[in-house]
Design a protein. Sequence first.
Length: 124
Amino acid sequence: MGVIAFGDGPESVWQAARWVYRRLMGDLAAAAGSDGGIRDGVEQAIHLDGLHFDLLDPALASRIFAVLETVAQATVKDARSPRMRWKEGLNERARIRYQSAVRELLELLGRHGEQFRGNCHSKR
């Protein structure tokens, strides 16, 4: 299992199969571009099977949140984009499972957006 946690409590945690989590983190790292802080944070999160926003520096958490939201939206809405590598090697059933999991994450991102969209200092 891989998790993305925005705080304490089960309503603040997204859980997914490890293969789903690792593919998502791969696209997140790729989308980070030249932001070494995001790439380093994602690499650590991959090794720990968890991205815990409440343990991150607030500025880094805000940057990671923005890129993660962009990646999740692109996965759900623009799955045919050649820049999205998550679908490589997956059959149709696995693609559907992946997108369903990311859709759940997108809902959670929406609930926690105010906390991390540029004003994460106020919620810490």
